[in-house]
Design a binder for this molecule. Sequence first.
Ligand code: AMP
Length: 388
Amino acid sequence: MNVGVLGSGQLGRMLGLAGLPLGVQSRFFDRAGGQMNGSGQAEALPAPAAAAGPCTLGSFEDEDALCRWAQGLDAVTYEFENVPVGAARVVATVAPVWPPPAALEVSQDRIAEKTLFNRLGIPTPVFAAVDNLADLEEGLARTGLPAVLKTRRGGYDGKGQVVLREPQQAAWALGAVAPQRRSGEAADLIVEQMVPFQRELSILAARGADGACAFYPLVENEHGAGILRLSVAPARGLNAAVQGLAQEYARRVLQELAYVGVMALELFEMPSGLLANEMAPRVHNSGHWTIEGAATSQFENHVRTVVGWPLGAASMRPARGAGAMLNLIGSAPDTRALLALPDTHVHLYGKTPRPGRKLGHVTIVASDHGALESRLAAARALIVASAT
Ligand code: AMP
């Protein structure tokens, strides 16, 4: 089997690596100049995925190049959600594209995404589309304050967002989030009620071509400066009702989109239940712990499903009651010291260190959350020590 991946970052690298033992060879297509990093700058080559398979560089607008690249592939997938939908649709004329391009399209537009969630009976924070100051003032009347104003498309890691606490901040907030807007041009924003969540959770779910679904345990996520720092699985103190609710919400999205592949649904935990924030139509940073912690990793399940093979179990591995993932951001860790900790695994993406850049992650597994916490504290201390 040959799988094509649009994008060439670390998610592509880990997808490619997961395919190899199954006899699935991956190849990658990305923008010439390399993968864009979070600041919109081109990353230095080689791309992280180049270690896992050949990487073609071109333009996502070059239909001929995309079609040539896709010739002979059994399936195509993507590893970042800002792949232009047009490119996915062009490739789909040559090889099956999973998840379906419609999933990519909906995830690129926060309004379409939240509208879909609500239509499927999945609650979200109250939201409104904002194209100008009058829309924002009207929207704030519905969301109340505080509220979050975000770009409708292309936002990531908390960028392109501001929090409004006073009604007088409306004009300032509009200018801060949509600074390049020329007069009369639609701002293309969304305003959301800022919800006092108890914590942020995500559920990773997979659906096969035969409609079978698998759900990983809910993950608890901690962010710092808009970047995911820590994921703990299962979320601490998780009860079956909350897991069931998250699975039900994820199942509705998967079925509605006739989805094939792994999807992440990001949720806010509230005293009253769960609110959906956004979905990622791909493998997700909060699922990296599954490489060592779950019976089948998110990467293997994604590869299995896009080539039409049966799903693997998404449960924790036997004797592994808890797992955690710590991102390595900005500076290289002391790998030797980390590997001296029990049940601790280091994954590096082959990137040059730079402040704010995700260079790798560490997975820690344990029999239960108690044992996990002490290992996690030790790993965190080593990561902080190497970052200072
Ligand atoms: P997002 O880009 O939508 O994932 O937002 C980035 C982060 O901002 C989230 O992980 C939350 O911590 C926070 N956030 C986003 N939207 C809301 C909201 N409506 N209420 C409270 N916090 C939010």
